[in-house]
Design a protein around this ligand. Structure first.
Ligand code: SAH
Length: 212
């Protein structure tokens, strides 16, 4: 059992907060009807593949000796960095759920009366929830001193992110048209755009030719 170690307790508390946040928003959006759903075989497979690396392996590592063959040691400073990344991830994960409100769903879906959210953390970044999950993945790797429980989450989430983000943006463009395309110009995908490039994209095109 590794759960007695302080950094593992920190991880487990974060883990509970992460899944509690999900649980709260799954309940809040339960009754909302969907008008478009891309919950196809690929989506189901990606979500299914995430479960062992996000849930099963960390729990096996924390509460059983089965993964001890993959243990290794990390300097405390890296574990502290992992805890800081996890705290940032939890804040961003919660904020992005809160900002999306009833428009959130676990898969690629458009709900009845779906509104395009461009405020809160969505003002700067189009996929803050995915940013939060990337931060979580790195935090998990740095906190759990085990190759399998710590790092196997990276390839599964990478597959999810790289296969999904383009499809999601395409779905949003089909639903919101120019409103989403303009929004894409103003925002970064995972990180905020630099101020200069944001300005470049948002400034109206003017004709600087002096009148003759
Ligand atoms: N990719 C986003 C949201 C993930 S949840 C993020 O990382 O923060 C996935 C669902 O959120 C999608 O099915 C889509 O319907 C919805 N969604 C994504 N961006 C949105 C936005 N700006 N406004 C409203 N809904 C959005």
């Amino acid at each position: 059992m590794n759960i007695q170690q302080p950094w593992n307790i920190v991880f487990f508390v974060g883990f509970l907060i992460f899944y509690w946040t999900r649980h709260v928003y799954i309940n809040r959006t339960k009754g909302e009807k969907k008008t478009i759903s891309h919950m196809d075989r690929q989506e189901k497979l990606l979500l299914f593949a995430m479960a062992p690396t996000t849930l099963l392996l960390p729990l096996l590592y924390l509460f059983t000796p089965f993964l001890s063959f993959a243990d290794y040691r990390l300097p405390e400073i890296l574990q502290a960095l992992g805890a800081a990344l996890m705290a940032l991830s939890l804040w961003l994960f919660w904020r992005s759920h809160a900002d999306l409100g009833k428009n959130w769903s676990v898969s690629l879906e458009i709900r009845e009366g779906h509104e395009l959210v461009t405020e809160g953390v969505y003002r700067y970044v189009r996929h803050p929830m995915y940013t939060a999950i990337w931060l979580w993945c790195i935090g998990q790797g740095l906190l759990l001193e085990n190759w399998a429980a710590g790092w196997a989450i990276i390839p599964t989430f990478a597959a999810m992110y790289f296969l999904r983000a383009n499809r999601e943006e395409q779905m949003m463009c089909e639903t919101f048209g120019d409103q989403y395309r303009d929004y894409m110009q103003r925002t970064g995908r995972l990180l905020p755009r630099l101020a200069s490039s944001r300005k470049e994209h948002s400034e109206p095109v003017t004709d600087d030719t002096p009148p003759s």
